[in-house]
Design a protein around this ligand. Structure first.
Ligand code: HEC
Ligand code: HEC
Ligand code: HEC
Ligand code: HEC
Ligand code: HEC
Length: 195
C-alpha cells in the first residue's frame, strides 16, 4: 500500500505538478510580455499638453518641437521657451497656460515624465532612422492622435531585429519626399547595438 502511494505520487502527481507550474510560468511570461516592455505606459504629465491638439488639429510639425530628431541620437523635448513662442498670446486665460507661464517666468524646467526608453547598454540613434525616411509613427504609433502620449509599441531587442531583418514589410509609413528603395536592411550583428 505504501509503495503504491509513493509510486502514484511520483508517476502521476509529480508530473502534473511540474506541468502546471511550467504552464503558469510560460503563460505569465507571454501575457505580461508587452507590459514588461512598457507597452501601455501613459503617465500623467505636469502640464496637460495635447499632441492631438498641437500636432493633429493645429498641424504643427513634429520637428518644430523635437528639433534634434534629424540631427542627433536623442529626440529632444522642447523647453518652455518654444511653447511661449505662441503662448505669450494663445489662451493666456487658461489655468494650464498660466502654469506654463509660471514655469517659464521662474526659469524652472518642466519635469516631463519620460515614456519611451531603451536600456543604456543598447545603442539607438534617431537621426539614422528618421533621415532614411522611417516615419515616427512606425515606432511611436499615431502620436498626432493622442491627447496624452502612450507607448504603443514594444522596444525590445526582438522588435528592433524584426524590422532590421524585414524593413520592407515592417516599415508602414515613409516620410514624404523619401524613397523606401533607399532603405537598406538594418544591422543584426551584436556590436552594432551593443557597443
Ligand atoms: C508643440 C510642441 C510639440 C510638437 C509639435 C510635438 N511634440 Fe512630441 N512632445 C512634446 C512635449 C512637450 C513632450 C513631453 C510631454 C508629453 O509626453 O506629452 C513630447 C513628448 C513626445 C514623445 C514621448 C517622449 C518620451 O518621453 O518618450 C514622443 C514619442 C513624441 N513627443 C513624438 C512626437 C511626434 C511624432 C510629433 C509629431 C506628430 C510630435 N511629438 C509633435 C512637444 C511636442
Ligand atoms: C505654434 C503655436 C503653439 C505652440 C508652439 C504651442 N502651442 Fe499650445 N496651443 C496653441 C493654440 C493656438 C492653442 C489653442 C487651440 C484651441 O483651443 O483651439 C493651444 C492650446 C494649448 C493648451 C490648452 C489650453 C486650454 O486649456 O484650452 C495647452 C495646455 C497648451 N497649448 C500647452 C502647450 C505647451 C506645453 C506647449 C509647448 C510644449 C505648447 N502649447 C506649444 C498654440 C501653440
Ligand atoms: C526606428 C524607431 C524610431 C523612430 C522612427 C522614431 N523613434 Fe523616437 N524613440 C525610439 C526609441 C527606441 C526611443 C528611446 C530611446 C532611448 O531610450 O534612448 C525613442 C524616444 C523618443 C523620444 C524621447 C527622447 C529620446 O530621444 O529618448 C522622443 C521625444 C521621440 N522618440 C520622438 C520621435 C519623433 C518626433 C520621431 C519622428 C521624427 C521619432 N521619435 C522617430 C524609436 C524611434
Ligand atoms: C521600423 C524599423 C526599425 C526599427 C523598429 C528599428 N530600426 Fe534600426 N534601422 C532600421 C533600418 C532600415 C536601418 C538601416 C538604414 C539604412 O542604412 O538604410 C537601421 C539602422 C540601425 C543602426 C545602424 C546605424 C547606426 O546608428 O549606427 C542601429 C545601431 C540601429 N538601427 C539600432 C536600432 C535599435 C537599437 C532599435 C530598437 C530599439 C532599432 N534600431 C529599431 C530600421 C529600424
Ligand atoms: C538592432 C539592435 C540590436 C542587435 C543587433 C542586438 N541587440 Fe541585444 N538588445 C537590443 C536592445 C534594444 C535590448 C534591450 C531591450 C531588451 O531587453 O529586449 C537588448 C538586450 C540584450 C540583452 C539583455 C536581455 C535582457 O533580457 O536583459 C542581451 C544579453 C543581448 N541583447 C545580447 C545580444 C546579442 C548576443 C546580440 C547578437 C547576436 C544582440 N544582442 C544583438 C538591441 C540589439
Amino acid at each position: 500500500m505504501k509503495n503504491f502511494l509513493l509510486d502514484y505520487n511520483l508517476k502521476v502527481r509529480l508530473p502534473i505538478l511540474i506541468f502546471v507550474v511550467l504552464a503558469v510560468f510560460v503563460i505569465t511570461y507571454y501575457v505580461s510580455y508587452a507590459e514588461r516592455m512598457g507597452v501601455g505606459y501613459q503617465p500623467v504629465q505636469p502640464i496637460l499638453y495635447s499632441h492631438k491638439l498641437h500636432a493633429g488639429d493645429l498641424k504643427i510639425d513634429c520637428r518644430y518641437c523635437h528639433s534634434d530628431v534629424e540631427k542627433s541620437r536623442q529626440a529632444n523635448i522642447p523647453s518652455a521657451k518654444v511653447c511661449m513662442n505662441c503662448h505669450t498670446q494663445a489662451r493666456t486665460d487658461r489655468p494650464e497656460i498660466q502654469k506654463l507661464t509660471e514655469y517659464y517666468n521662474k526659469g524652472i524646467p518642466i519635469e516631463w515624465v519620460r515614456i519611451h526608453r531603451v536600456p543604456d547598454f543598447a545603442y539607438f540613434n534617431h537621426s539614422v532612422h528618421v533621415n532614411k525616411g522611417i516615419d515616427c509613427s512606425n515606432c511611436h504609433g499615431d502620436i498626432a492622435g493622442m491627447d496624452v502620449v502612450e507607448q504603443v509599441k514594444d522596444f525590445s531587442m526582438r522588435a528592433c531585429l524584426d524590422c532590421h531583418r524585414n524593413p520592407e514589410t515592417t516599415i508602414k509609413n515613409i516620410v514624404p519626399g523619401k524613397d523606401a528603395k533607399n532603405i537598406n536592411n538594418g544591422p543584426t550583428n551584436c556590436a552594432a547595438c551593443h557597443r
